[in-house]
Ligand binder design. Sequence first.
Ligand code: ZN
Length: 163
Amino acid sequence: MSVLPIITIPNPLLKQKSLPVENITEEVKELVENMRETMLFHKSCVGIAAVQVAALSRIIIVDVSLAQTPHRSSGLLVMINPVIAYSSGKSSSREGCLSVPDFIGSVTRKKKIEVEYLDINGQKQRLKTEGFEAVCIQHEIDHLDGYVFLDRVTSVKTDVFRR
Ligand SMILES: [Zn+2]
């Protein structure tokens, strides 16, 4: 297992759409392990998308139990080909990102979501969640579609702050 380098803006890979995972091969499992190591290496990091380690695969990992403040958590979530099947409500919070090292931003997202995905064993899963965990999942899925939180703020002038 190894900690992989994180790519940061303006790396053009961060604007690309990641590709669906067709088969959960040994290579995919190794990538997931390395993503997890990389996430744990960065203190208080609660989520990572494969593109952040330069792999254009639709894989995200979220674990909000790693946050500095307590949140309702489903524990470690490895999501392959995640799709938001249902969402409702609105919630605004401050987001940071390893790929946008110098800034945090105030972003409005859906409050509640239901996500369909494959787990690491290729089993279909459906998760209902809300609050901080739901925000993190939406942030990471955005990466798979080529967006960072800066693309989601209403105004770069009033909603983005230097760390
Ligand atoms: Zn991010």
